[in-house]
Design a protein around this ligand. Structure first.
Ligand code: NAD
Ligand code: TYD
Length: 356
């Protein structure tokens, strides 16, 4: 038995692979083309002889994917591979269309051909699980109820539009060809191995290196945060018991304004790694020009997943954020390695024009 994971060298994918291999005795074939966000160091803790096979390649490479499917005969494909950063999608949307839309389409084509060739029992057991985001639902008014699975798609960034398109393709492959798909739409994740271009890890690494903590606009935009391991447990649960063709929202009922998040990170660092001068890291907060088209609020209603599949998160925000900060403090070498030349180029591109 095996599963094929795509994007398993990125933030959520690597956490999923590590958790999977800690709990199951089943080969994971991990297909990742190692963009700036993919990092094999994320998987360095795997022991020699662990059931992990890394394959460097693109989800859009039909020949490669067909070969992997034919050779390993996975019982499931879990698709994490994507361009995932909203700010990058504003500076360069083409890569998002290429991977998130065209790549997912090509992956679906490869999987459809493989699935069609399976004998009846394997065919009915097979699943294609597509990992998506709450951002496809757009922005909520301050008093609006949280997104349910029935909420209209209203993507506002090139990132969320490309993810929305991929969700539609996945849905269509079920309705048209009968492909046994499952889709999860999750809120913002945080935790170990999070690339420091996203809010929480960027604030941690900037704070520790004495740099400004750039808060976009008024910092009152709201996100709904979930510890990454809880996202992984939700995906495993949906893969095991989800109803074919269904969508499951995943979230931790944990809405917070960005500024609160930044203050929480500062307070924990003040406690765990105080600044040499005794001042709070909060002094480094710097308000900068807002993100164009910035969604004001996301909030996920995850009650379907709780009600139908019995899933609930293991971490509260307080426990998860403490674990996260401790992880970054313990893994300074990982942080140093990801802050390569291309990372510095990105910071210059994204933050240079945002006057404090
Ligand atoms: P990430 O950017 O950290 O990792 C993406 C991974 O995909 C990288 O390892 C990258 O090398 C790989 N990849 C990119 N293009 C590829 C291609 N064409 N072929 C093969 N591999 C490719 O992203 P993440 O935060 O781990 O997100 C994973 C998935 O979860 C994405 O689909 C994202 O939309 C979704 N998601 C993310 C969040 C979040 O908060 N990070 C929340 C909900 C959903
Ligand atoms: P991000 O981590 O990029 O996730 P997303 O845009 O997918 O929700 O950003 C989370 C929130 O933090 C979002 O409202 C934008 C804001 N933000 C800042 O205020 N400053 C920053 O430097 C970054 C990267 C994000």
């Amino acid at each position: 038995m095996s599963i094929l994971v795509t994007g398993g060298a990125g933030f959520i994918g690597c956490n999923f692979v590590l958790d999977w291999l800690a709990q199951a005795d089943e080969l994971v074939v991990n297909l990742d083309n190692l963009t700036y966000a993919g990092n094999l160091e994320n998987l360095a803790s795997l022991q020699d002889g662990s059931k992990h096979l890394f394959v460097h390649g693109d989800i859009g490479n039909g020949e490669l994917v067909a070969g992997l499917l034919a050779e390993h005969r996975p019982r499931a494909v879990v698709n994490f591979a994507a361009e995932s950063h909203v700010d990058r999608s504003i500076h360069g949307p083409a890569a998002f269309v290429e991977t998130n839309i065209v790549g997912t389409f090509k992956l679906l084509e490869s999987v459809r051909a493989y699935w069609g060739s399976l004998p009846p029992e394997e065919k009915s057991d097979f699943r294609f699980l597509h990992v998506s985001t709450d951002e496809v639902y757009g922005s909520l008014a301050a008093d609006a109820p949280a997104f349910t699975e029935e909420h209209r798609y209203e993507p506002n960034s090139p990132y969320s539009a490309s993810k929305a398109a991929s969700d539609h393709l996945v849905r269509a492959y079920h309705h048209t060809y009968g492909l046994p798909v499952l889709t999860t739409n999750c809120s913002n994740n945080y935790g170990p191995y999070h690339f420091p271009e996203k809010l929480i890890p960027l604030m941690i690494v900037n704070a520790l290196s004495g740099k400004p903590l750039p808060v976009y606009g008024d910092g009152q935009q709201i996100r709904d945060w979930l510890y990454v391991k809880d996202h992984c447990s939700a995906i495993r649960r949906v893969l095991d018991a989800g109803k074919i063709g269904e969508v499951y929202n995943v979230g931790g009922w944990n809405e917070k304004p960005n500024l609160d998040i930044v203050h929480t990170v500062c307070a924990l660092l003040d406690e765990l790694r105080p600044r040499a001068d005794g001042a709070s890291y909060a002094q480094q907060i710097s308000y900068v020009t807002d993100r164009p088209g910035h969604d004001r609020r996301y909030a996920i209603d995850a009650s379907k997943l709780a009600r139908e599949l019995g899933w609930k998160p293991a971490e509260t925000f307080d426990s998860g954020i403490r674990k996260t900060i401790l992880w970054y403090l313990d893994n300074a070498e990982w942080v140093e390695h990801v802050q390569s030349g291309s990372y510095r180029d990105w910071l210059a591109q994204n933050y240079a024009g945002r006057a404090a």
